[in-house]
Write a protein that binds this ligand. Structure first.
Ligand code: ADQ
Length: 455
């Protein structure tokens, strides 16, 4: 098996205790084959960045580079998060583009290529992650790198008409044809990519999943829905009931039931709409008054970007308004928390919740939906209310699927979830859990790497 080289914006170093599920899965893949993880160090500098920092941990090496403060601002806060993130989440209205931030994005990708190329061997397998690094494969090829290269997009790909609104879209997205395999979260994302290549990318779809790029280079594309470590989350959640934080939460709720939402504070997650839908639930279902307390955990993210600061203020106002008009002296309907929670504790919170509310306006996959299901008590599971616009809805079709723009529909789904009889809850949960056991994170990385090896 050839050496695996993972490239991503951030690298989870071996001592990083807060590494998420994806980071742990990538590290496992690196350990299995031996490998290198390359990316940004997390540090910015005022002068030309020095050589890469290296660190070895058994058969896995880590190589990270610092970035110039201004480059990082343009590449990360700028083009990645103010241009590409909204575009890829179908939000043309929020796209902020200028040539300077695009130039910064290309400069950083070029620097990645320059620093990574000398570390690569001919028989390496390179796996590039996400929208921060779309041009990287092509830039590596320009430096004569001939090894196998795969790319996985963690976020959705919108229709080609939206993509084509981006100046420079042609150069950016056609660059993916330098890869041997391009992976997407869902079949729909894959279809939209093929449409794009055909209509705007000067490519040809030879057969589903086999594309000829503008230069005549053939490459594969496929859908590889990302997942979670199902067995681990299930056992973590079962053990978490004894954690003081979980016990305290349960005690503070009793005798009421809980609904839970867990999201980075991001406009793609549909939080203002969700708060409005919960308010609608309170007014549309007066018979259920006081039955359900809704806990929303939403750690602040990308606080340097205006749109995120505005969203935060909007949610604070909305939460105050809901509680101001519906709270009782002994009951607060909405608990809104902006903090991170240790992941093991979070699984205990999921298990304590009768209803899981996951209502993004667009989401590549949404791992919270899968984690919520995996964390349930098999004898008394909760019900997932899930947006049809999350990639996860393709697989978790036994959830109560809703359109997040339909506030009445979401309100009614919350009400049905809160009153669903146990046998029906068990039936729905079983079907979803079986799927998640067969399609966990290990299966995801195996499927992708096998397809890349075969490409
Ligand atoms: P995200 O947009 O970050 O990921 P998601 O898939 O839900 O969204 O993953 C979030 C992760 O962070 C989950 O593992 C969750 O448990 C954790 N998390 C969230 N809030 C937390 C909190 N307060 N405390 C602790 N942990 C918290 C992007 C894409 C998704 C895609 C993933 C993976 O936007 O669509 O599913 O990458 O490909």
């Amino acid at each position: 098996m050839s050496r695996l080289v993972v490239v991503s914006n951030r690298v989870a170093l071996p001592d990083e205790t807060r590494a998420g599920g994806l980071a742990i899965a990538l590290r496992a893949a690196l350990k299995e084959r031996g490998g290198l993880w390359f990316g940004w160090s997390g540090r910015t500098v005022k002068d030309v960045p020095g050589p890469v920092h290296t660190l070895a941990d058994g058969n896995v090496q880590y190589a990270t580079l610092d970035l110039l403060r201004e480059d990082h601002e343009q590449y990360y806060n700028g083009f990645s998060n103010r241009t590409l993130w909204p575009l890829l989440h179908f939000r043309l209205d929020m796209v902020d583009y200028d040539r300077a931030i695009y130039a910064g994005y290309r400069r950083v990708n070029a620097l990645f290529a320059e620093r990574l190329a000398p570390l690569l061997r001919d028989d390496d397998t390179v796996w590039i992650h996400d929208y921060h690094l779309i041009p990287l494969a092509a830039l590596l090829r320009e430096r004569g790198i001939g090894c196998r290269i795969g790319f996985f997009l963690h976020v959705p790909l919108p229709s080609s008409d939206l993509v084509a609104a981006l100046p420079e879209h042609g150069r950016l997205f056609s660059a993916l044809s330098a890869c041997d395999l391009v992976g997407f979260q869902t079949q729909r994302d894959l279809e939209r990519f093929q449409d794009y290549m055909r209509l705007f990318g000067h490519g040809r779809v030879l057969e589903p999943g086999l594309i000829e790029g503008p230069g005549g280079r053939r490459f594969r594309a496929g859908a590889f829905p990302i997942s979670i470590d199902t067995a681990h989350i299930a056992s973590q959640a079962a053990a978490a009931v004894n954690k003081p934080a979980v016990r305290d939460l349960r005690t503070s709720l009793a005798p009421r039931q809980m609904a839970i939402g867990v999201d980075r504070l991001d406009y793609s997650k549909g939080l203002p709409e969700r708060f409005s839908a919960f308010k609608r639930y309170l007014t549309r279902h007066p018979d259920q008054r006081g039955r359900l307390t809704y806990l929303q955990i939403a750690p602040v993210s990308r606080g340097d970007v205006d749109a995120y600061r505005n969203l935060r203020h909007e949610l604070e106002r909305s939460a105050g308004h809901i509680n101001g008009s519906h709270a009782e002296p002994d009951w607060t309907p909405l608990r809104y928390v902006n903090r991170n929670v240790p992941h093991a504790t979070l699984t205990g919170f999921y298990r304590a919740a009768r209803v899981g509310i996951v209502t993004p306006l667009r989401d590549g996959m949404n791992l919270v939906a899968k984690e919520y299901v995996a964390a349930q008590d098999p004898a008394d599971p909760g019900v997932l209310v899930l947006s049809i616009f999350a990639g996860a809805a393709r697989e978790l079709d036994q959830a109560l699927l809703i359109n997040p723009y339909d506030l009445d529909g979401v309100a009614d789904a919350i009400a049905s979830a809160a009153t669903m009889p146990r046998d029906r809850r068990i039936e729905r949960w079983h079907a979803m859990m079986e799927h998640l056991r067969a399609h966990d994170i290990a299966a995801w990385r195996r499927d992708f790497l096998q397809a890349l090896d075969a490409a």
